[in-house]
Design a protein around this ligand. Structure first.
Ligand SMILES: [Zn+2]
Ligand SMILES: [Zn+2]
Length: 344
């Protein structure tokens, strides 16, 4: 089968090449990939500047949905033909403190699909059956290609940010992650305020179409004043920094209320300068979110199945695997929102 492979470490070293069709081992299922999302981390693997372990040659890609196509020995409770998604933690140690408490997203030995284990930029992928989740009725595999980022966001908003119905939650960075974050905040009954810059105008317009009533272009509007206006001068109850940009982090810490919460979701890729003293002066509770675990996936699928979070409108481009260079170029130029491969 033709697959998109990172074939050696270092910058570049990616190509579509012939790979053997995988066979499901004991406890595994083979999934026929119907849609696979391109993630910022795929670009980092391409450029060779990612912090997680990558072990080439490896088929790239970790965000996908498809249909079960074959069962390995010993698999029960799953049937061929079932539309499914899979978590991306391909290996965790099972022994460390995070693993034992169910937070295996924090396992220091965690290895990820598309980094070390063969990923989803291919017609077929084999994964452990216990990481597989059937899709709720009415959710297409195209919409479900965004399940992995939606699980990350659900983890950030509900499990790390503990958003409550009465709160005003500021989201910086209206990319795919920010657009999903704002929707999960709204689904939790809280009021999201999505902040972007001039280049984000199309994304902010999409947010409005998705029912996010408060969107701010921080280059044109005074964000602090607008957020003060929405909160009776108090400031945001909680901030989700999804841009992975220093300016956005500094904005977030300035608009969060005294005694409020700050959640880092975006990754900067390098150290940034922020005034940590604000944590003391405002008694801000700061945390972050990385990846997701089983609980996040179950909540995410409930949100997607209920229709309160919509992923399909975020898909701006679809490509066959053979057009990966153009897809990566568009993604990097931020011309799209979510780009997906349709591997067949
Ligand atoms: Zn991803
Ligand atoms: Zn572990």
């Amino acid at each position: 089968m033709q697959a998109l492979v990172k074939y050696a470490t270092g910058p570049g070293n990616v190509e579509v090449r012939e790979m053997p069709e995988p066979q499901p081992g004991p406890g595994q299922v083979r999934i026929r990939v119907e849609a696979a999302g391109i993630c910022g981390s795929d670009l980092h693997i391409y450029h060779g500047d990612i912090k997680f372990p990558v072990r080439p040659p490896v088929i790239m890609g970790h965000e996908f949905a498809g249909r079960i196509d074959a069962l390995g020995p010993g698999v029960e409770g799953l049937e061929p033909g079932t539309p499914v998604v899979s978590e991306t933690s391909a290996y965790v140690c099972g022994k460390c403190e995070p693993c034992r408490s169910g937070r295996y997203n924090l396992c220091p030995e965690r290895l990820i699909l598309g980094y070390v284990y063969n990923g989803c930029f291919a017609p077929y992928i084999c994964v452990d059956a216990f990481r597989v989740h059937p899709l709720p009725p009415g959710v297409s595999t195209l919409a479900a290609a965004l399940c992995e980022p939606l699980a990350v966001v659900t983890h950030a908003v509900l499990e790390q940010g503990h958003v409550r119905a009465t709160e005003v939650a500021v989201v910086t960075g209206p990319g795919a992650i920010g657009l999903l974050t704002a929707q999960v905040i709204a689904a939790a009954g809280a009021t999201p305020v999505l902040c972007g810059t001039g280049v984000d105008e199309p994304r902010l317009a999409l947010a409005t179409e998705l029912g996010i009533r408060h969107v701010l272009n921080v280059e044109r509007e005074d964000a602090a004043a607008a957020i003060a206006g929405l909160t009776g001068g108090r400031g945001a109850d909680v901030v989700f920094e999804c841009a992975g940009a220093g300016t956005a982090a500094r904005l977030g810490l300035s608009v969060v209320k005294r005694g409020g919460r700050y959640v880092q979701v975006g990754l900067f890729g390098r150290p940034i300068e922020i005034d940590l003293e604000l944590l003391a002066y405002k008694e801000i509770q700061a945390t972050g979110a990385i990846s997701s675990h089983r609980g996040s996936w179950e909540k995410m699928l409930a949100l997607l199945g209920s229709g309160r979070v919509r992923t399909e409108p975020l898909i701006s481009h679809r490509f066959p695997l053979g057009e990966w260079k153009e897809a990566f170029r568009i993604f990097e130029a931020r011309e799209g929102i979510k780009l997906v491969f349709l591997p067949e």
